[in-house]
Design a binder for this molecule. Structure first.
Ligand code: NDP
Length: 326
């Protein structure tokens, strides 16, 4: 990386550096890089902002997962010719310790899958959907970037779990693929007109699981149709990575970066909690450990004004109306 991008990526953000091929030390191997995986998360790493990993600085090697082949071995565990995968970065040759590598068996699947469905994106889909989304048969699952590395796997696993799957993708070709090849029940082309109406029509029973990859207005549209006790898995917000918001942070993506949780609840569904809470709160009041404050309007006739005041911040503490003198 030559410099931090200013908004959208530019060719001048990168530079090609030529250097001698590295030599493996005892116990290490030299790998020839065959396939580099390009993953969206690399883009936010280029911005100098707080994240779950240190951001890149000018002069750093562009990171990335890759698949390659051992061409020189100084470790008997990994003979020459072995296919391996790891965090290789954007470079042609890599020296690595075997502990940092995953051995790939080319007879099991094409080696490219080691950085796709049988690699980080596949694991992301499997963990995010099954462990966090917890889909149940018959539920409606919505996934954005539906034909991509992660989204395509999410939707197909959800189908295997007996869910109704609605994909969101850009353009008719991607949407046809989602339905005809991946077996989704429907796919919303967000590049065509009238998406809100079409999405409502596709989700008459609302949405039980949202697997979010894109963020922005499309995510808001799905959030407006969440079902009771829906699960929202915030996996990514790719629409916000490369552009004016890239450097200042995006609310939805901050949840991903900080592995944060947002939970909705309605206290009347948790009546068992009430008695213990009152006991503890009353004790804290008696002991002078917590305080409370009230605003009391006089007479029912003043209730509308006090209510309006509550909604505009005129109250100071708990708003009440004195209906009658004690
Ligand atoms: P994809 O293969 O899905 O490729 C990206 C896709 O994003 C595009 O094809 C495009 O599909 C869609 N997209 C939507 N809006 C935009 C936009 N404004 N600009 C560019 N692309 C857009 O990528 P991945 O499957 O690898 O990643 C999907 C998401 O998962 C990303 O947000 C990524 O950051 C996240 N992720 C998160 C991980 C985690 O650990 N939390 C791990 C791995 C990935 P379309 O045209 O259909 O909209």
């Amino acid at each position: 990386m030559a410099r931090h991008p200013a908004g959208e990526l530019d060719d001048a953000d990168f530079q090609v550096v030529e250097a001698p091929r590295p030599a493996p030390a005892d116990g290490q191997v030299l790998i020839r890089h065959l396939y580099l995986s390009l993953d969206p998360f690399i883009r936010p790493m280029m911005d100098p902002v707080r994240s779950y990993v240190p951001h890149l600085n000018p002069g750093d090697l562009m990171p990335g997962f890759g698949v390659g082949q051992v061409v020189q071995s100084r470790n008997p565990a990994l003979p020459e010719g072995t296919h391996v995968s790891g965090r290789f970065g954007w470079q042609e040759y890599i020296v690595a310790d075997p502990a940092a590598l995953r051995v790939i068996d080319p007879s099991l699947a094409p080696i490219t899958t080691a950085v796709g469905i049988l690699g980080m994106p596949g694991a992301t889909a499997h963990y995010g959907l099954l462990e966090l989304g917890k889909p149940k048969p018959g539920e409606t699952v919505v996934v954005s970037a539906a034909t991509g590395a992660v989204g395509s796997v999410v939707g197909q696993i959800a189908k295997l779990r007996g869910c109704r799957v609605i994909g969101i993708a850009g353009g008719p070709a991607k949407c046809d693929h989602a339905v005809q090849e991946l077996g989704f029940d429907a796919c919303l082309d967000y590049r065509a007109a009238g998406i809100e109406e079409r999405f409502s029509a596709l989700t008459p029973g609302y949405v039980d699981v949202l697997f979010e990859n894109v963020g922005g207005p499309l995510m808001d549209m799905v959030l407006r149709r969440l079902n009771a006790h829906a699960r929202v898995v915030l996996c990514g917000a790719i629409s916000q990575y490369d552009g004016p918001t890239s450097g200042i942070g995006v609310p939805a993506f901050e949840f991903v970066r900080q592995r944060a949780t947002m939970t909705g609840f309605i206290i009347s569904e948790h009546m068992a909690h009430w008695p213990g809470a009152f006991e503890e709160l009353a004790r804290w009041i008696r002991e002078g450990k917590i305080r409370y404050r009230e605003s009391i309007a006089d007479g029912l006739r003043n209730a509308p004004a006090a209510f309006k005041g509550l909604l505009t911040g005129k109250n100071f503490g708990k708003q009440l109306v004195r209906v009658a003198r004690e």
